[in-house]
Design a protein around this ligand. Structure first.
Ligand code: NFS
Length: 625
């Protein structure tokens, strides 16, 4: 059995794991132990359940029995098919999220969603113009309607390429064209991935992988990018602000509501309802001093970036947040929500509330929220949470420790504004080596790792090498808890980065948002490449997802690599059963798209390898290494 210290690097997590154990509450780590050892065939990616002649498994022993499934598929084909479907799942998640924002925008334009509006009018006009929609002399609602129309079109089958693809450098688009990797439509690429991996279709591993990359690119340059840009238009483009993080953000004397999931469409309404005087008064009536809304995972990131709400935690803190006994309600939309949270909520007075028809949980209280009725439902939900406060058992409340301060809100717009409006000062700082490179550390927690040890270890190792770190998703709270999201964190950086951060008053690790907001990083890379007159793969930039777990994270990794950004993973996807697929991912892709995956579980070693790439790219650009 692993010691508590091996499960998480954080004191707030360890305290809650101890409390859960004392109270007999099962957590993700208990279930991982029960599931270990995992099925070896599944780990290698060599099980196939795509038809009922099987299920089949391919033996890792070369030359022996079971080298092919009943249909004749070998390990390469089975692994590639499984990986392709894995990517399709991730791309579907981000992209369906993006589509939900188009629906809100369309609803706003038609006057059917009175609870939503256009908070960033300038961005609406700017994006519309970028996509060829005339704005002059037209009403905002007309422009919004046209923008929604164009972006709905990105999901279909009638375009040669998705709209935002033109943001990518010409050279990159040419590479995609040559390889047959140009994403045409989000739903099209995902559906085609499912088709190709049906028995009897794409039986050539590299061909399947190329389409997997195309599907991932549809996510990055359309689904996710639409999610980000429209969220900014509807809810406001983030600007730098301060907040706090860790379980200490929960308040003993207040009604605590945690928002969990991904889409700001619901959580923004919950926050607005929680700030309504009549609901605050209702909270006071039940003996609380107010209503406190905290964030978990990516919907937390969305509200942190735009509204500065405190972050209670990342993926592995979600179960533990309820164990504090101080949470009246967890309000979820979709993605990354452990079904076990229903059971854990049931051990306390916590109301577990679902809001999306796409993500129902047996045993939860469901409010069917649509853009048309969102505020009315949000008020009902907050009222329910307030009333639950009366049932809180004070003897079971334990809020671990003081929250730490964090800085957030670094959208591309904010970063460019901070350096004077154009990318040039940033490029100059990179040229002279004050900032030697940029690495986006993104993604999840996975109970197979000591929580956040890789996320934080890698960030710290890179900072020392004067590499600026960008974070999104669940790495945000990790970096925040480690003190890296404050300007003072620059003390941990090398001399060059420390100087730049000091001059600008910014942290050495910049929080850029949720996981769909990795599209911001893509766009930033494209902008840097265009300004330098090179391809994205020529830049001294890289990406990493040290503790990733989800299909979505794999899709992000693949669109990063396919966009020319070398990407480190702390552990491999389930592909090792195929030499062809493994070789392509870790070597062959370099020749095709100018980047590849690095698999490395030691953070220092991973930093070395990313640094090597950055150094080589600096030399290539004629910059001092
Ligand atoms: Ni990203 Fe966000 Fe977190 Fe991982 Fe899940 S919340 S979309 S998948 S676990 S970073």
């Amino acid at each position: 059995k692993r010691k508590i210290e091996e499960l998480s690097m954080w004191e707030d997590a360890r305290a809650m794991i101890r409390k859960a154990q004392a109270e007999g509450i099962e957590t993700v780590w208990d279930r991982l132990e029960e599931q270990t050892p995992h099925c070896r065939f599944c780990e290698l990616g060599t099980t196939c359940r795509n038809c009922t002649m099987g299920p089949c498994r391919i033996s890792p022993k070369k030359g022996g029995k079971m080298q092919r499934g009943v249909c004749g598929a070998d390990a390469d084909v089975v692994v590639a098919r499984n990986f392709g479907r894995f990517i399709a799942g991730g791309a579907a998640g981000h992209s369906d999220h993006g589509r939900d924002l188009i629906e809100v925008l369309a609803g706003v334009a038609e006057g059917e969603c009175p609870d939503y509006g256009i908070r960033d009018k300038a961005k609406l006009v700017r994006i519309a113009e970028e996509l060829g929609i005339k704005s002059e002399g037209r009403s905002e609602m007309d422009i919004a309607g046209d923008l929604a129309e164009v972006l709905f079109g990105d999901f279909g089958s009638r375009k040669a390429e998705v709209a935002f693809l033109k943001r990518a450098p010409e050279s990159r688009r040419e590479t995609w064209k040559q390889l047959g990797m140009t994403p045409r439509g989000v739903d099209r690429e995902i559906a085609e991935m499912m088709h190709r991996t049906h028995m009897g279709c794409d039986n050539d591993a590299p061909s399947t992988l190329i389409h997997a990359a195309r599907t991932a690119l549809a996510d990055g340059w359309a689904g996710s990018m639409i999610g980000t840009e429209l969220s900014d238009i509807i809810f406001g483009t983030p600007t730098p602000s301060e907040s706090t993080a860790n379980l200490g953000v929960l308040k003993k004397d207040q009604v605590n509501i945690l928002v969990h999931g991904h889409n700001p469409v619901v959580s923004e309404m919950i926050l607005a309802a929680a700030r309504m005087p009549e609901l605050v008064a209702r909270a006071k009536d039940v003996g609380a001093s107010g209503i406190n809304v905290g964030g978990l995972c990516c919907t937390g990131n969305e509200l942190l970036m735009r509204q500065g709400i405190p972050m209670a935690g990342n993926h592995l803190m979600t179960e533990l947040s309820i164990v504090t006994g101080a949470v009246e309600a967890v309000v979820v939309d979709y993605q990354c929500i452990m079904p076990s949270m229903v059971q854990i909520s049931g051990c306390y007075h916590t109301r577990f509330i679902t809001t999306s028809g796409k993500a129902r949980f047996t045993g939860a209280t469901h409010f069917d929220i649509h853009p048309e009725n969102a505020m009315e439902k949000a008020r009902e939900i907050v009222a329910l949470a307030v009333d639950a406060f009366a049932e809180r058992d004070a003897s079971r409340v334990e809020i671990p420790h003081e929250p730490v301060p964090i800085m957030t809100g670094f959208s591309n717009e904010a970063i460019l504004a901070a350096v004077g409006g154009t990318p040039d000062p940033l490029i100059d700082a990179m040229k002279r080596g004050a900032i030697r490179g940029v690495v986006g550390i993104v993604g999840c927690n996975n109970p197979k790792f000591t929580q956040d040890s890789m996320n934080v270890g890698l960030a710290k190792a890179l900072l020392k090498k004067d590499i600026l770190v960008l974070v999104t998703g669940c790495v945000t709270t990790a970096a925040g808890k480690a003190g890296l999201l404050m300007p003072e964190g620059a003390e941990m950086a090398g001399p060059g980065l420390k100087e730049v951060c000091g001059a600008l008053g910014i942290p050495p690790v910049l929080h850029m948002g949720s996981c769909v907001d990795n599209a911001r990083i893509l766009q930033l890379c494209a902008l840097l490449a265009e300004t330098c007159g090179v391809d994205i793969s020529d830049l001294p930039v890289a990406a990493s997802s040290p503790e990733w777990y989800s299909e979505k994270a794999a899709a992000i990794g693949l669109y990063a690599v396919a966009s020319g950004i070398e990407t480190h993973l702390g552990h491999p996807p389930n592909i090792l059963g195929s030499d062809t697929v493994t070789h392509l991912a870790t070597e062959g892709l370099e020749d095709l798209v100018g980047a590849r995956f690095i698999i490395e579980k030691d953070p220092e070693e991973a930093a070395e390898r990313l640094d090597k790439r950055i150094t080589a790219k600096r030399v290539g650009l004629g910059w001092n290494p």
